[in-house]
Design a protein around this ligand. Structure first.
Ligand SMILES: [Cu+2]
Length: 142
């Protein structure tokens, strides 16, 4: 009987690990947004929430995936940060956003214009010249 209980416990641990592995990157508190190719993580803190009424803005902070946690040190993204909105159902984007660097690894992204209701994808890209080295895409339904 004791063996059987132990067996169930081990199975439970394996199941738990499998579920963790299947989680989307956004659910992982240690790496809310994962740039898999560049092995960097980022978090977003909204200053002005996505809305069709006014421009959106957020602060984004980057850190190394290997470090496992953001504090105490952020690091610059391994590419030029670009944020752009795209409405996939209608095949159009929005006006350019503005990136304001603050300190190492910390930027404000401003002038996010969700100019009409519907589904918007926010592409957060790390680029070298015109090449997108890595990106994370967040969806918003407005
Ligand atoms: Cu549209």
């Amino acid at each position: 009987m004791g063996m059987k209980v132990l067996g169930t416990g081990v199975m439970g641990i394996f199941l738990g690990v499998a579920l963790l592995g299947a989680r989307p990157a956004q659910a992982d508190a240690a790496c809310p947004l994962e740039f898999k190719k560049l092995k960097q993580c980022a978090s977003i803190e909204w200053i002005s929430q996505p809305s069709t009424e006014r421009e959106g803005a957020f602060t984004i902070r980057f850190w190394s995936k290997a470090s496992g946690k953001p504090a105490p040190r952020y690091e610059d993204p391994k590419g030029t940060l670009v944020a752009r909105l795209f409405m996939p159902t209608m095949g159009h984007g929005s006006s350019p956003t503005r990136i304001v660097p603050h300190e190492t690894g910390v930027f404000d992204v401003q002038k996010l214009r969700f100019m009409m209701p519907g589904h918007w994808d926010l592409h957060i890209e790390l680029k070298k010249a015109s090449v997108v080295l890595d990106e994370v895409v967040l969806g918003f339904d407005l």
